[in-house]
Design a binder for this molecule. Sequence first.
Ligand code: AHM
Ligand code: MG
Length: 345
Amino acid sequence: MNRIVTLDEFIIKRQKDFPYASGELTGLLRDIGVAAKIVNREVNKAGLVNIIGEAENSNASGDTVQKLDMYANDKLIECLKNSGECCGIASEENEDFLALPSVESKSAKYVVVFDPLDGSSNIDVNVSVGTIFGIYRRKSDTKGKVQLEDFLQKGTELVGAGYVVFGTSTILVYSTGSGVNGFTLDPSIGEFCLSHKDIQIPDRGNYYSVNQGYYLKFDVEMRRYIDYCSDLNLRLRYIGSMVSDIHRILLQGGIFLYPNTRKFPNGKLRLLYECNPLSFLVEQAGGKGINTKLERILDMQPTELHQRTSIVIGSPGMVDEMKAFVEKYSTPTPYVAPTNGATTS
Ligand code: AHM
Ligand code: MG
């Protein structure tokens, strides 16, 4: 029988591979693992809320029943606050970032960005949801308070990122920039155990993932590409939790698209909380992530915390092919005649 490797053992072993590592990132990852177990416990019993008795937002003991996404948000903040390794947090659920007080007068050097429960519209119907996180080294002076600039860093500056999918089993996938590994929670021992070692995304896959209900609202080149996927008999899979769709694509190959629509001219998904961490992981596994302007997601300079972007992400061969479609079919910028009397050649 193979010996089980737990998430904690794995993280510590990885730290030993870096002789100058101080253990702070290690501590942070372990704290995120703990938060994931707490959220998992609550997600698993979400369906029981109605049986236990949800009246006027109160449960049987009179406590206020929180929406699960807010619960996950609070638990992550709590764990990171107590960790002492993190000086600031930005969450999809909070308007502004939070500066955390130092623990034992220690000045922490990392900030964490996260989407506490991605795909939360799926919770009530027992469909997979997930937590996404990204870790940056702070840029501002560690003596002062954390600043907005500490969060508005390009994805290329990520020192680590990951997600937890609460699906048929609970899986935590993370990378600190040297490969991607996945850990499945064994509920009988309460440990995440290494189950997906050194994940490599296939060059192509049989799946495409897009909300085809918006087809008529996409730009023409995107519609052509989606028609092409359908012509190839690729299988359409769209869960409505990006993290779950990306998990399948990471393991089996494929492409995920959330292009700009008329309602969301810059795309819907959040650069900081969803697109950057997932692009970091997909790139670490050999894949690609770009926007519909064909810019690499990780190279985008964020200008605000809740910035949105379009995204095309997944198997490298398929993202390149989509890129070729956009280049071929996108409408050329219309010629504007000079108005100042200057002549053109
Ligand atoms: P959320 O973070 O509020 O849950 O929204 C993000 C989710 C993604 O997980 C998913 O891919 C997308 O929104 C679904 O949006 P739509 O219903 O427009 O297809
Ligand atoms: Mg989300």
